[in-house]
Design a protein around this ligand. Structure first.
Ligand code: F6P
Length: 752
């Protein structure tokens, strides 16, 4: 039995034992005294009865003066086992007749007693005796006294027995009461602990009637705690949404104050810096990735380690012997740990399962998902490799691990298995479809179980959270608390929350100037200085709605021929996943459509569609944003789309118009954009025309509103909210661990 369990039990049993012992100690003399009095009373009655019986024959024998008769009478009476001796005393106080056992110490009169007729207890060497004196008279004449002496030793024996019984009774009572008390305490304690745990897990925060049934006795306490926790949560939310701006400094403060400098590990497939071998030597670049755009500034603020696939041709040459390199180059503030994959692994895990399976599955963009068992096997193996790397890089047993995206759906459960105390924040950067669509995946249960290893699972929108919860409800046996937005699976709780991702708000002074950018970009693309310009900035991906965008341009020119030769769309498209057929076909279709439209509307002047299929560095993209009158974001489906936010952030002149697909997460936040259905080409065309002809005042009004939103709801807020929630859950876990430490009832179970 566990020592602490014993201690817990003793807490109840010891006071009980002391109280019962003291009670027994006090009760035994009382019981003793009571029984003695009862027995003495009995002896009195008995003595009187014997005396009354002997009265007449004794009177007769005395009258006859027959010594023989008197002695026989007394001897016969003395045969009673309790009656020790009898004697007859003459009126002068001398013993006239006595039985042989008459104790010499008992005289005819007790000189000390005032009333000699009262029964007395006399202590003799052989034990106590009861002495009873009876006056014998005839016709009013005092003939003498009959004295009866009863043996009282049997009373002592009975009294000792009674004492023994009382002590045994108290002992049995003590054991019974202790068992009942400890068992009842254990039951109540268990109920209380469960209710507390539920509360800490957030299950009972909003719905006292649901979730763990807690004992009625703890309901008042739970209500108070619930109110307190809700109040704290409210304060937290108010603070998150308060006017205090989210900055890298505030994020650092949060890490220092709330997470006590706990280590942060980020895991993503795409690395933030990629080293490539070129004819000029090794060059480092930032990949075109919303994920990198968002997470990189957070890592600069937090330090820590970012684990990613080393995909660059010169990546191996730039790492140390632990496969680490300090980044950003020139101003290092965190570590990049590269993981190497073979061609076969990359093919199966990244191109195959992630991008031919999960990507089209989640985007529902009319490209059939392809699921192959070989790809799945690589996906599992690579996920395991990255999970092992997380464990390897962790210096403590409870790091904060931020798992990024659909490439690593299995990692959360894998890391949880090795580091049960880790706080795992998983962010799913793409949409989560409805349960029917997700159900197509042959490994849907495995994916869901993997993700439910997370402490916090984040999506861009509440809609994606709802889809995820419904999917879990459909395919797993899990307990879902809609109001608290938690899923309990396999004894582990996952908080499912919407954290709309964003960008780092740019520094105050932006350069080059708008005028400079307008002229430079137009000059670079051989366009007149006053040419109307729209930009599209995307990875070359079929989900981005690039074909629909071109069709909208074509239709706009048909509907508004005055724009022919006056307007162009520059489409910057970073090559992406180009080894996949679907992407190659897509590129071919994009090129062909641009060519067809250009051949219709160029007529010797500038082409309406200028296609730039190449990687563009961040600075170049920034210039395009600042140069463009309109930015077109027409994704067929997109988790968030950060191009929309980057465009707005780049326009410190408060000019420019954003056209935004209703199927992006961004559209839920940026209502001042011109929202379009990208599938509706006519609508797209008219919206483009409207954007190109929008009065400056309206542009300013819309842009100002969007800018103030994105400035506040920036990437530090995104990370800050997640880390704040992680800190809160870690606090709860610490409290829970303390409660667990004290919840000895589990051990007490063995005691009782
Ligand atoms: O949108 C999902 C996402 O992972 C983004 O986070 C990122 O912008 C993009 O896909 C990058 O794709 P890849 O890493 O395949 O080039």
């Amino acid at each position: 039995m566990h020592f602490r369990g014993l201690l817990f039990g003793l807490r109840f049993i010891l006071p009980l034992a002391i109280v019962l012992g003291l009670s027994a100690y006090a009760v035994v003399p009382l019981v003793d005294d009571l029984t003695l009095r009862w027995f003495v009373k009995d002896l009195d009655i008995r003595s009187r009865l014997v005396a009354n019986t002997l009265q007449e024959p004794l009177q007769d024998a005395l009258a006859e003066r027959s010594r023989r008769k008197v002695v026989t009478l007394l001897d016969r009476a003395a045969r009673d086992e309790r009656l020790l001796a009898l004697a007859f005393c003459a009126p002068d106080g001398s013993v006239q007749y006595k039985t042989p056992s008459w104790p010499a110490a008992v005289g005819c009169r007790d000189q000390a007693a005032e009333d000699v007729t009262l029964p007395q207890m006399v202590k003799l060497p052989q034990g106590p005796v009861h002495v009873n004196r009876n006056r014998i008279e005839r016709d009013g004449e005092h003939m003498g006294d009959l004295i009866l002496v009863h043996d009282m030793s049997f009373i002592e024996r009975r009294s000792a027995d009674t004492r023994k019984y009382v002590v045994v009774l108290f002992a049995i009572l003590g054991v019974l009461i202790s068992m009942i008390t400890v068992f009842t305490a254990w039951l109540s304690w268990r109920g209380w602990i469960n209710a507390m745990k539920g509360l800490l897990r957030g299950e009972l925060l909003t719905s006292p009637s649901r979730g763990t049934a807690s004992p009625a006795a703890v309901q008042p306490l739970l209500s108070d705690l619930r109110a307190l926790v809700n109040e704290l949560n409210l304060e937290r939310r108010q603070l998150a949404g308060s006017g205090q701006a989210w900055t890298p400094e505030r994020l650092r403060e949060l890490l220092r104050d709330e997470l006590a400098g706990d280590e942060i590990l980020v895991l993503s497939n795409r690395e933030p810096y990629i080293h490539q071998r070129t004819s000029d030597g090794i060059e480092v670049s930032r990949p075109a990735s919303g994920l990198v755009t968002a997470v990189e500034p957070v890592m600069r603020a937090c330090s820590g380690t970012w684990i990613a696939h080393g995909a660059g041709s010169a990546d191996r040459e730039t790492v140390d012997k632990h496969d680490r390199v300090s980044v950003p180059p020139g101003n290092p503030s965190y570590q990049l740990r590269r993981v190497w994959l073979t061609k076969a692994e990359e093919q199966g895990y990244y191109y195959g399962f992630a991008n031919e399976g999960l990507w089209p599955l989640c985007h529902i963009a009319h490209v059939r998902p392809v699921f192959r068992v070989t790809d799945w096997n690589e996906y599992v193996a690579v996920n395991q490799r990255f999970a092992d790397t997380v464990v390897e890089e962790a210096h403590t047993d409870n790091p904060v691990v931020m798992v990024q995206d659909y490439h690593f759906a299995l990692v959360p459960a894998m890391v949880r298995e090795r580091l049960p105390k880790a706080t795992i924040i998983t962010f799913w950067h793409i949409p989560w479809p409805n349960p029917e669509s997700f159900g197509i995946c042959p490994w849907r249960e495995e994916i869901l179980k993997g993700l439910l290893g997370s402490t916090i699972l984040g999506f861009h929108t509440a809609f994606h959270c709802k889809n995820f919860m419904e999917t879990v409800e459909r395919y797993l046996e899990a307990r879902i608390e809609q109001e608290a937005s938690t899923i309990s699976f396999g004894g582990k709780l996952t908080q499912v929350e919407a954290y709309p991702i964003s960008i780092a708000w740019p520094e105050a002074d932006m350069s080059p100037s708008i005028e400079h950018c307008r002229l430079e970009i137009r000059r670079l693309n051989a366009l007149p200085a006053a040419h109307r310009l729209a930009v599209g900035i995307d990875r070359l991906d079929y989900t981005k709605g690039i074909l629909e965008r071109f069709q909208a341009v074509e239709r706009m020119l048909e509907l508004h021929p005055s724009m022919i030769g006056q307007f162009s769309l520059i489409q910057v498209a970073a090559p992406s996943r180009s080894s996949l057929d679907e992407y190659q076909n897509f590129e071919a279709r994009v090129r062909a459509l641009a060519q067809r439209i250009n051949s219709r509307f160029s007529e010797g002047g500038p082409a309406p569609i200028i296609l730039r299929i190449a990687h563009h560095e961040h600075d170049e993209v920034h210039r395009y944003y600042r140069a463009a009158d309109v930015c077109m974001v027409t994704s067929l489906h997109d988790g968030m789309n950060l191009v929309a936010k980057e465009y707005v952030a780049a326009r410190d002149d408060e000019r420019g118009v954003l056209i935004l697909s209703q199927f992006t997460g961004a559209a839920r936040e940026m209502a001042e954009a011109l929202i379009v259905n990208p599938y509706h080409i006519e609508q797209g065309a008219e919206t483009l025309y409207r954007a190109l002809t929008m009065p400056e005042a309206e542009q300013r009004e819309r842009m100002r509103s969007m800018r103030s939103l994105i400035k506040d709801f920036n990437i530090y807020r995104w990370a800050g909210r997640m880390l704040n929630d992680a800190a809160r859950l870690r606090r709860r876990e610490r409290i829970q661990a303390k409660i667990d430490q004290h919840s000895e009832p589990a051990m007490l179970k063995r005691v009782v």
